[in-house]
Design a protein around this ligand. Sequence first.
Ligand code: CP
Ligand code: NVA
Length: 333
Amino acid sequence: MGGVLEQERRGEVKGEEVVPPGLGALRGRSLLAETDLSPAEIGELLDVAAWLKRKRAAGEATPLLAGKTLGLIFQHPSTRTRNAFQAGMDQLGGHATFLGTDDLQLKRGETIEDTARTMSRYVDAIAARFAAHDDLLAFAAGATVPVYNALTERAHPIEALGDLLTLRERFGTLPGLTLAYVGDGNNVCRSLLLTCAAMGVGVNVAAPAGHQPEPEIVDHARALAAASGADPTISLTEDPLLAAAGADAVYTDVHESMGEHDDPAKTAALAPYKVTRAMMARANARAVFMHCLPMRRGEEVDADVADGPQSIVFDQAEHRLHVHKALLVMTMG
Ligand code: CP
Ligand code: NVA
């Protein structure tokens, strides 16, 4: 692929026009699971996102998707994912339409596949947040345009892409970094494991028994890590201080995800996994605190960490915008 910076430097041309970096590089592709993009493609997506961030900071318009429409279908609430897709389409000169699943005939029994077939006749790509991952797969099977996973109970791959952009910007490079994930072995944890490993970032997961990521996810992450060239360590422990030791980033997420019910036993099991200043002190001196948001101060993280000098949670939130725009440009352009 040659990389966006090289492409930008060369001012690659198509006819009379300069081709913006990444435009159409993944045309027609969906993002349902972490491994739908190769490490090289993730690297290019991060380059395109960084280019789009620079353009926005410089106040330069990037109307790369004029005339294109993105459909959004969401079964759960969202602040970051929905806004990043909608604002992103506006900034790219296109348009986005939003539908909650309760607004659709889906609510009256129309099948997920028929909903996808119909929406595909109106829009150029669809971002979908379904509670159940199988529903997302059924939707994608019916769709004839790219479908982006906007979170399911199993995976949140686009979150991990934004987080990698944040880490890369902060530390200058990805291979060799170590991220400690402390808390519930949930959708965000799985996506971080697989995406970080593929990009050469080590992951230490600390989670209580019964709430750890599945062994096959950990094995898959180890295989991706070995193939990355950097061969970072992927570890799993019940000890949060051990996981945090020497890490470049300490990451956590809510202890109760959307669609889950109040579970006092789970709450009690996860209580010792709250990120505290003492835990941050075990990490590298340069370590950052990360959270996908929304967060509950006092539950999975103490407020003095969440709002402290090591916290980069709102950089993460911002970077969702830039990676969403990069994905749109590359797959719809
Ligand atoms: N992190 C994240 O996906 O946030 P939202 O649920 O607000 O989209
Ligand atoms: N694990 C959380 C992430 C929210 C962005 C959830 O699924 O609710």
